[in-house]
Design a protein around this ligand. Structure first.
Ligand SMILES: Cc1cc2nc3c(=O)[nH]c(=O)nc-3n(C[C@H](O)[C@H](O)[C@H](O)COP(=O)(O)OP(=O)(O)OC[C@H]3O[C@@H](n4cnc5c(N)ncnc54)[C@H](O)[C@@H]3O)c2cc1C
Length: 419
């Protein structure tokens, strides 16, 4: 149990990035005492999660924000995707996914991470029973029989917190995952994503473009002010040179790789680079600790699924916690949030979605990255077949929208309301 100098929480969340912040807000209706420990405030330009990247939010993420009563503000800050256009440099085959055909208003919405951070952060201070400990970082964690002991470090030094459940939402290089003794399988793609935004000559018309090139995929997403957010995947060896190019050279080379669909590019903003790797935690739980978001799985951004997959972790974990809290009739002594059966239920639930999405994105990178003649032919047929076979396209769209498999309440848009 907690000593006099310790603060005891029901839940401690390591990391107040895209997933940790969303999780803290999603947990609010459960009326638990929660602390979020985050080293870098969202308002700082060096915040590694709420940065200048753009994120395509899937339909299941939209439904979550709706259930959390945040969607009105998120959608105001976002741009809808009405069509997705996938093409392969140097071939005729291309694929279309259309919101109308899928009978949805939009296939997804694009939001700049920094802007999403402002929306989410503005709700944190209004959330009861939530302590936002920042700047502070978790430096040690030890799962014991009745509590998890967590040592945090901030400007005043080190202190200990205790909690029933420790949730690691501290990203792909999760230190808390390591503290919990959970291993990770990692493979380097030897690619770097160069991101930024620019002004295309032709209008984006709410179309998201994905183009597969010899060096890797390029995504062009519609954002506010007629601009496009780009994610240009280049081979790791070339990244330094690409980042040194001036604006004119950069836009010319990007236009060359992307093709002429959007005309010339101009007014390119600052560029940033992200080395790409696939990571998958060996287990999702250990003792009183559990992993969500990139701490559990780090994906290639080719299918724009990392955050959305992490949000479904949040939805499933909240569902399991909600059932437990409700089952105990909201009496604090009547349930244990770190109970092994609760955490096993969460881990079992997430297994298929993780396996499918990790496999799907990894295969996509390999299929479109391969220079083998047989694979090139296959993907050409695949692209045409993909566009001509509505069943295949529907399944792909359901995955990109995050609607495949058994969905937790929040992913279905159902709020976690106490009886
Ligand atoms: C170029 C690019 C484009 C992408 N586009 C998309 C997209 O369109 N759609 C999509 O769904 N996904 C996309 N993703 C993936 C998405 O960005 C990630 O899945 C998402 O950021 C994961 O959020 P997270 O909170 O789990 O981890 P992170 O974003 O890594 O955040 C981790 C947080 O933990 C904090 N932290 C670190 N160490 C500690 C510690 N010791 N104690 C406490 N806190 C700590 C960090 O400061 C940070 O705030 C993209 C990724 C890249 C690289």
């Amino acid at each position: 149990m907690a000593s006099v100098n310790e603060i005891d929480y029901d839940i401690v969340i390591a990391g107040g990035g895209m997933i940790g912040t969303s999780l803290a807000l999603a947990l609010a209706p459960l009326k638990l005492n929660v602390a979020v420990v985050e080293p870098v405030e969202a308002s700082e330009s060096v915040q590694p999660s709420f940065d200048e990247r753009s994120t395509a939010l899937s339909r299941s993420t939209q439904r979550m924000f709706e259930a959390m009563d945040l969607w009105r503000e998120v959608v105001e800050a976002s741009t809808p995707i009405e069509k997705i256009h996938v093409s392969d440099q140097g071939r005729f085959g291309f694929a279309h996914i259309d919101a109308k055909q899928q009978k949805v208003e939009a296939l997804g919405y694009v939001v700049i991470n920094r802007v999403l951070g402002q929306v989410l952060r503005s709700h944190i201070d209004k959330t009861e029973r939530l302590d936002w400990l920042s700047p502070a970082r978790i430096v040690a964690a030890n799962s014991e029989a009745e509590r998890c002991a967590v040592v945090i470090e901030d400007a005043s030094g080190r202190r200990q917190l205790t909690c029933e459940l420790l949730i690691a939402a501290d990203g792909s290089n999760s230190q808390v995952r390591e503290m919990l003794g959970i291993g990770v399988v990692r493979s380097d793609y030897n690619q770097v994503a160069v991101i930024g935004n620019l002004l295309p000559e032709k209008p984006m018309r709410n179309i998201a473009y994905e183009r597969f090139t010899e060096s890797g995929p390029i995504a062009m997403l519609p954002i506010a002010d007629k601009r496009a957010a780009f994610i240009w995947t280049v081979q790791a060896n070339d990244a330094e040179e690409v980042l040194q190019w001036g604006d004119a050279e950069f836009t010319r080379e990007l236009r060359q790789a992307f093709g002429g669909r959007l005309g010339q590019f101009s007014r390119v903003g600052e560029r940033a680079a992200y080395p790409l790797a696939l990571s998958k935690a060996i287990s999702l739980t250990a003792g009183r600790g559990v992993l969500v978001g990139n701490a559990a799985h780090g994906l290639h951004p080719v299918a724009a699924q990392g955050f959305n997959l992490g949000m479904r972790d949040v939805a499933a974990l909240c569902d399991c916690l909600f059932d437990t809290v409700r089952g105990g009739d909201y009496h604090r002594s009547a349930f244990d949030l770190g109970d092994a059966s609760l955490l096993t239920r969460y881990a079992d639930w997430r297994q298929d979605d993780h396996r499918n999405l990790v496999g799907f994105t990894d295969n996509l990178v390999k299929l479109f990255g391969s220079q083998k003649k047989s694979v090139k032919l296959l993907r050409n047929i695949g692209m045409l077949g993909f566009d001509m076979l509505p069943g295949v396209r529907g399944l792909f769209a359901r995955h990109t929208m995050g609607l495949a498999g058994k969905l937790p309440r929040l992913s279905r848009g159902v709020p976690l309301t106490p009886n």
